[in-house]
Ligand binder design. Structure first.
Ligand SMILES: *Cc1c(COP(=O)(O)O)cnc(C)c1O
Length: 428
């Protein structure tokens, strides 16, 4: 299987090259030349498969020329060694808890898979790789944890100063070793812009072997399809399944669209966003109109120009009318989000994080008769504890599993929002 660039200028490459390069030179995104339709029998007998086995079926055709089956199986068993349960929160509304991995957010899935792929490719390459990653909160922690102590790999994480939660910052800045954190005086889009520019910088590419771990990397994106199958497998009622996906860079929801294209019987999607609502507005009238990013309580979704939008187009042969056939947008303000968190807790006893809450409410308002709703609970609420306490108007104890982390010392280098400074940092 080859992967082409969504901008159609750069040459198509193998899975391995797409993973290592991350971004084609023409600034598009890599996309598989074909989307394989999965075996009917597999889809009918999902129940017989474990999570890593589902992963094998979903991914093997994309990776088969570059990763032997036995190795892929080993990678998947290792990367997906935690559960991804579906729970009913209230009638017809289910949560897909994606936070049972080491950094308590869905990004563990893609980051752990990518780290193991790169580790495998690196065994035969013998060159040090520098991973650059911009994070609005959760990516950095997942990547840091996924790559920690992977031989031959250095990780540089850029995060917006003051715009990530305390726990997130601890996850980014306390591992040490091969993980370096840069605290940038700017927002997430500024961090992302610097990283994108670095990849296209000839000086840097001549001296460093750069790679990316953002959701634009194909090895982050593809495995996210797996848990849509896993969710579907667990649902008792599989009629007209609707996924509400809290969205920022739109990696998660487009991975769901890929799952649908591979044959999973998903009825439709709701793109749930905060005030950074470029895509919900786009879904209304077809105009993709980027406004400045605003800071919200669901900060992992503070993205105004989602990098996976080209993949959404690609999945629908660039036909807007096909996108809106099974996708609608939904937006909440911060005030509404806090109210929803409180209401959900009071009526169901279920604590949502501020991202999942928007997905939950999207189903409350948009689910139609005979539909079965699943919202993606993209992170554990403890990552946003101060917001949760504000919403629920009470003190919530920090779960024991994170209290150790909070006592560790932060180590980060401060950086101005200036590309030349960033470049100098990388070169010295
Ligand atoms: C990254 C993240 C999102 C947004 O996911 P995308 O794939 O970028 O759309 C939502 N919620 C949480 C908690 C996240 O960490």
């Amino acid at each position: 299987m080859k992967f082409y660039s969504t901008n159609r200028q750069s040459a198509a490459v193998s899975f391995k090259e797409a993973v290592i390069k991350s971004l084609p030179a023409d600034k598009g995104l890599y996309f598989p030349e074909e989307v394989p339709e999965l075996d009917y029998l597999f889809l009918e007998t999902l129940d017989h498969y474990s999570l890593p086995e589902i992963g094998m079926e979903v991914l093997r055709q994309y990776t088969k020329e570059d990763i032997p089956e036995a190795k892929l199986s080993e990678i998947l068993h290792d990367a997906l060694d935690f559960e991804i349960p579906v729970k009913e929160v209230e009638k017809n509304i289910h949560t897909l808890e994606l936070f049972h991995g080491p950094t308590y957010a869905f990004k563990d899935v893609g980051a752990r898979f990518l780290a193991r792929c790169l580790g495998f490719f690196n065994e035969t390459e013998n060159k040090e790789v520098t991973i650059l990653v911009a994070t609005s909160g959760d990516t950095g922690g997942a990547v840091a944890s996924g790559f920690y102590n992977v031989p031959g790999v250095n990780v540089v994480i850029l995060y917006p100063s003051g715009k990530v939660s305390d726990l997130q910052e601890k996850q980014l800045t306390t591992l040490g070793g091969n993980i370096k954190a840069l605290e940038v005086d700017g927002d997430f889009d500024a961090c992302q812009a610097m990283v994108k520019r670095a990849f296209l910088d000839d000086d840097l590419n001549a001296k460093l072997n750069l790679s990316s771990a953002n959701s634009i990397n194909i090895a982050r994106w593809l495995p996210q399809s797996i848990y849509f199958f896993e969710a579907y497998r667990q649902l008792k009622d599989k009629k007209k399944v609707v996924f509400a996906v809290p969205s920022g860079n739109y990696g998660n929801i487009t991975a769901g669209m890929l799952a649908k294209k591979m044959g999973l019987d998903i009825h439709r999607f709701i793109a749930a966003s905060n005030a950074n609502d470029t895509v919900p507005r786009y879904l209304q009238d077809g105009n993709y109109n980027v406004k400045p990013t605003v800071a919200t309580v669901s900060n992992a979704m503070d993205v105004s120009d989602p990098s996976n939008h080209p993949r959404m187009l690609e999945l629908h042969d660039k036909e807007f009318k096909d996108i809106i056939k099974h996708t609608e947008g939904f937006t909440l303000t911060d005030e509404q989000t806090l109210q929803v968190m409180k209401d959900c807790y009071n009526s169901n006893g279920y604590i949502t994080d501020p991202h999942g809450a928007i997905g939950y409410q999207a189903l409350k308002e948009k689910l139609q008769k005979k539909e079965t709703g699943v919202f993606l609970e993209t992170a554990h609420y403890c990552k946003f504890l101060s917001t949760v306490e504000k919403a629920l108007e009470k003190e919530i104890p920090l779960p024991e599993f994170v209290s150790d982390l909070m006592t560790k010392e932060k180590v980060a280098t401060k950086l101005k929002n200036d590309y030349e400074d960033f470049k100098e940092y990388l070169l010295t």
